[in-house]
Design a protein around this ligand. Structure first.
Ligand code: GCB
Length: 592
């Protein structure tokens, strides 16, 4: 799905700012047609942002159900005769949208975009109400899952993952125009042939039709390096400047629809020419072995929660650069598209993850206090859950397929994977991912409860991604025992002959807590814990990457084993380095 752009033939208008906002705990708004006029009894809310932490109000923070957002938009006068689209970059987790009194779109899935063609409903120059009912409920049939407990005095959202269920309009809302004949999709796959870069493109056109496709590829200085005609084809670039880790070199593909010598529509797609390949136990980018250093991250910051923020984007990447990280995983959901664009330009490598986290009732019982469920059953994860999971994969790949920074799809984090039901559930998801994108490897993130020899899903992955907490959740405070157990398990996995990425290892650490003899929760323990892990990784050649959990401390749901959130960050929530950050900096700068 293409992002809105300003080009010679298109314009866009951001609807970000303060919107009217009203909670609907009783779920009366839809029947009472709150969209039919200005939202009464409302306050103002910033877009983009999570609403939860904006007010000093537990009812907002812990709200379960619909939250209503409303703004007015004036369609620019100059857009008469154009196709006009209303687009939400994300609404977490589901939304229904009205333009005036007309329902224009509904969408499920909190981290991917959706849009509605509103051409027939608007007149250029006129003003309209835009209303969205954004719902944050998680069920066994949503991605991610959860369930609602009716506690009499309140409905309480339970879930099986460890980050706070922030909700709202987390990303930009757009009104944009395209011509009536328009470029509706572009797919770019690149290859390298000697010193020649190969760019295979496919351009989809929609609308009134009758136009031819022409493409022009320009280098970063704007010089034309290749041209083509036809809806798909292959462009060749002699002496190509490849995209690679630390080298965010981008070409630009202009796709034009041309009719009678006139350009009807023009869309600009950045292109990084690179290859990705798994060979034996190696992960190759441009034919060179790549070793991932970096983090599992979160979209999380004080006040705005999961709202996208360019200041945090640029700052977080500055910290990745400072610490010598070359990559991160978008744990545990697709991030804002701005993040991938920036990663493309910065040469940062991304493992792109679908929001399938928490599909593991074994883990949920122990860690999240939500006992008594079976993971895969007609009442829990069933065919509808699997269909939602498939849809989440489709939307992820449709959105992110053209980013050179994305080198690997992660289709789930720590699901149950040691049962026959899990094997049956996941096999088709791997097949779907490969069918949608044969150009990238695919994997899923394995949990400690399904160790080597027990896991029945890792057979489907091109790489092994392991989350392990030896020395934290097990062998707590016993780094010697942890090292032994960890090495033993890792060596068993290495026998599978696939590259292994350690996608999580970490220890909760309260910044400023110290001890002479390292004990859990102190900065000293986090340092020794990481050191121990690194000794283990360095002794197993199949390990091709290490992602510390987590980049920064982040907010979690209330509970008895988190104090104001998860403290496994190398940085605090406000991005101050703990001692561990300095350790990592030394190691990763050396590895680079
Ligand atoms: C995990 C999860 C991650 C948690 C982390 C922890 O295995 O993948 O979402 O935050 O452990 O700190 O417990």
């Amino acid at each position: 799905m293409l992002r809105p752009q300003d080009t010679a033939t298109r314009e866009r208008k951001s609807l970000d700012g303060l919107w009217a906002f009203r909670l609907d705990a009783e779920s009366t708004g839809r029947d009472a047609r709150w969209f039919a006029g200005p939202l009464t009894d409302s306050v103002e809310v910033p877009v983009p942002a999570s609403y939860n932490d904006i007010y000093a109000d537990a009812a907002v923070r812990d709200h379960v159900g619909d939250a209503w957002y409303q703004t007015t938009v004036r369609v620019p006068r100059g857009w008469a005769g154009e196709r006009i689209v209303l687009r939400f970059d994300a609404a977490t987790h589901a939304a229904s949208v009205w333009l005036g009194e007309t329902h224009v779109v509904s969408h499920e899935g909190g981290y991917t975009p959706f849009e509605a063609d509103v051409t027939e409903l608007v007149t250029a120059g006129e003003e309209y109400l835009v209303t969205a009912a954004v719902n944050n409920e998680l069920t066994f049939e949503t991605i991610p899952p959860g369930y609602i407990e009716d506690q009499g005095h309140r409905r309480h959202q339970k879930y099986f993952h460890d980050f706070f269920n922030y909700a709202g309009l987390h990303r930009t809302v757009w009104l944009y125009s395209t011509p009536k004949s328009y470029v509706s999709d572009i797919t770019v796959v690149t290859d390298v042939d000697g010193s020649t870069g190969v760019v295979r493109y496919a351009v989809e056109a929609s609308g009134e039709g009758g136009a031819d496709v022409e493409v022009t590829l320009r280098d970063a200085e704007g010089a034309v390096v290749a041209t083509g005609t036809g809806a798909d084809g292959e462009l060749r670039v002699d002496g190509a400047n490849l995209w690679g880790p630390g080298h965010g070199y981008l070409y630009e593909l202009e796709a034009r629809l041309v009719s009678g010598g006139e350009t009807v529509d023009s869309y600009l797609q950045t292109v990084g020419i690179r290859t990705v390949e798994v060979r034996g136990t190696q992960f190759l980018i441009n034919g060179e072995p790549f070793y991932f250093t970096g983090f599992g991250k979160h979209e999380d910051s004080p006040v705005r929660g999961k709202g996208h923020d360019d200041a945090y984007l640029v700052h977080d990447f500055a910290l990745l650069d400072w610490i010598g990280a070359n990559s991160f995983r978008t744990s545990h959901y697709p991030y804002a598209e701005e993040v991938y664009d920036y990663a493309d330009r910065q040469g940062i490598v991304v493992i792109d993850e679908v929001a399938a986290v928490g599909q593991n009732m074994g883990l949920a019982g122990g860690v999240f206090g939500t006992q008594g469920f079976t993971t895969f059953s007609p009442e829990t994860f069933n065919d509808k859950s699997q269909e939602a999971h498939k849809q989440a994969i489709r939307e992820l790949i449709a959105r992110d397929k053209n980013h050179p920074s994305v080198v690997l799809w992660s289709i789930a984090n720590e699901p149950e994977s040691d049962t026959e039901e899990a094997e049956r559930y996941f096999e088709p998801l791997f097949a779907l991912t490969r069918e949608l994108d044969p150009s990238r490897p695919v994997g899923f993130v394995n949990v400690m409860l399904a160790p080597h020899g027990k896991c029945r899903v890792s057979q489907f992955g091109d790489v092994l991604m392991l989350n392990r907490y030896y020395g934290w959740y097990v062998n707590t405070g016993d780094l010697e025992g942890a090292e032994k157990a960890w090495r033993e398990e890792l060596e068993a996995w290495a026998g599978d002959g696939k590259p292994i990425i350690i996608t999580e290892y970490g220890a909760d650490t309260v910044a400023g807590l110290h001890a002479t003899v390292a004990v859990p929760w102190t900065e000293e323990y986090q340092v020794e814990y990481l050191d121990m892990n690194h000794r283990v990784f360095d002794s197993v050649p199949a390990v091709v990457g290490e992602h510390v959990w987590n980049f920064a401390d982040f907010q979690t749901s209330l509970g008895i084993f988190r104090v104001d959130g998860n403290k496994k960050g190398a940085f605090t929530r406000d991005r101050k380095p703990k001692a561990a950050a300095h350790l990592l900096r030394g190691r990763w700068q050396n590895l680079a």
